[in-house]
Design a protein around this ligand. Structure first.
Ligand code: NIG
Ligand code: FE
Length: 406
């Protein structure tokens, strides 16, 4: 599939001339399309496209796309794809009336994942993650960010990041890795969070950065986890090693994390289920991207990030899966697309840009993927016969993908 011409494409969706600027406000809803199109791929790169009437004669194998749409693959800028085992037992606890936070306090949650991960070898972790990644790609994801954060000690955090590094080397899609040492406070530091923070910033981070194991840094800033002071430490420590921040904030409460992250130039603030007027005001003035995680909202039955209001406030919106065993055991961005429309009230175009073009900015790979643009990677979704882009969120939970090209 490295050299091929797609012909008779019913509609080519998500065309851009350049990727200089993130889409926000009214442009979040602008998607350029071309009916009855061709697209030429050479060496895995989008070489040329245009109306079918202009399709040149080439030596390339033709792949007929009659009745089908062609669009850029999704970019998943927030995942925890490397993890140990399922935590389906916690779902049962929740269905017996326990909250996500109560389960965490009872030794479940992230600490439970860390215990399980400690007992697994690097090879086992890799094998499982690799299988998940293959499924992720089949579901239409053409670039992915993956976090550590289920190690919570230096050896296990590095083990996770080495697994991500091998995935990066062997995977057909771009991968970015994020160090999330400050994901939960390990049992042995329960009464001494400061000591754990010291370990994260002054022992784990220098070794991880020294081995080039991370592209970004993250923290779970939330009541019962890490506070504003910890957030500041993590962002400043990341700065020292050239790692920009992509942070978990405002999932259950708003207490100034958005303000702090934006004023320190974070690349993205993720979750944002709980937003105050102040949070909108700060985001509006910053260059920080807002990331919504609708699969987490669905699974935990918590509010959806007010995506429509973010767009109305001229704040660039990204949508990602948050794929993880605790709060979002799904990596399916087709479903996230459906939820973005039915629950967050986004138009299909707004949601599509949040899942593709804007999401690429949240991984700083906007010149590589995220739209149909000459020179970008030809990581493409070919749909089953469809009327238009709206068919994907409309047939929510169904699979409208015929195949993907990576
Ligand atoms: O993004 N909120 C923190 N981290 C993950 C959940 C991790 C877990 O429960 O394992 C999240 O939702
Ligand atoms: Fe997350």
């Amino acid at each position: 599939m490295n050299n091929i011409v797609l012909t008779n494409i019913k509609q080519l969706i998500g065309i851009t001339k350049n990727s200089n600027e993130v889409k926000k406000g009214s442009s979040q809803g602008h998607v350029q399309t071309l009916d009855n199109a061709y697209l030429i791929i050479r060496n895995g790169i989008i070489h040329d496209f245009g109306p079918m009437t202009d399709c040149p004669n080439t030596e390339l194998t033709a792949h007929d796309c009659t009745h089908k749409l062609v669009l850029p693959m999704y970019v998943d800028s927030h995942t925890h794809l490397v993890f140990a085992k399922s935590r389906s037992d916690e779902m049962k606890m929740r269905l017996h009336g326990k909250s996500y936070q109560e389960i965490a306090e009872a030794g479940g949650g992230i600490l439970n994942s860390a215990k399980k991960l400690h007992d697994m070898s690097e090879q086992e972790l890799y094998d499982d993650a690799h299988i998940r990644l293959e499924q992720v790609i089949k579901n239409g994801t053409g670039a992915i960010e993956i976090k550590s954060g289920y190690g919570l000690n230096i050896e296990d955090e590095m083990k996770m990041l080495r697994v991500i590094r091998i995935l990066k080397q062997l995977s057909p899609i771009p991968i970015k890795s994020t160090f999330l040492g400050a994901h939960a406070i390990p049992e042995e530091f329960k009464n001494n969070k400061a000591a754990y923070m010291y370990l994260v910033c002054n022992e784990m981070l220098p070794r991880i950065a020294g081995e080039n194991l991370a592209d970004y840094i993250d923290i779970f800033c939330e009541t019962g986890y890490f506070d504003l002071d910890d957030l500041k430490q993590v962002i400043e420590a990341g700065d020292k090693y050239g790692l920009k921040a992509k942070v978990h904030v405002n999932q259950f409460s708003s207490f100034g994390a958005v303000q702090l992250a934006c004023s320190h130039g974070a690349l993205s603030v993720d979750h944002l289920e709980v937003m105050t007027d102040e949070d909108y005001a700060v985001l509006k003035k910053s260059n920080t991207l807002a990331t919504a995680l609708p699969l987490c909202s669905l699974f935990l039955d918590i509010p959806y990030t007010p995506g429509k209001k973010l767009i109305k406030n001229n704040i660039p919106l990204v949508i990602a899966s948050d794929f993880n065993p605790g709060s979002a055991p799904s990596s399916n961005l087709n479903l996230a697309f459906g939820l973005a429309c039915s629950q967050m009230k986004l138009t299909p175009e707004e949601a599509f840009n949040a899942l593709t073009y804007n999401a690429a900015f949240a991984m700083e790979i906007q010149n590589e993927v995220g739209s149909i643009q000459i020179g970008k990677k030809a990581n493409l979704i070919i749909t089953k016969p469809a009327n238009g882009l709206e068919d994907i969120p409309y047939w929510f939970g169904e699979n409208k993908i015929h195949n993907v090209i990576v």
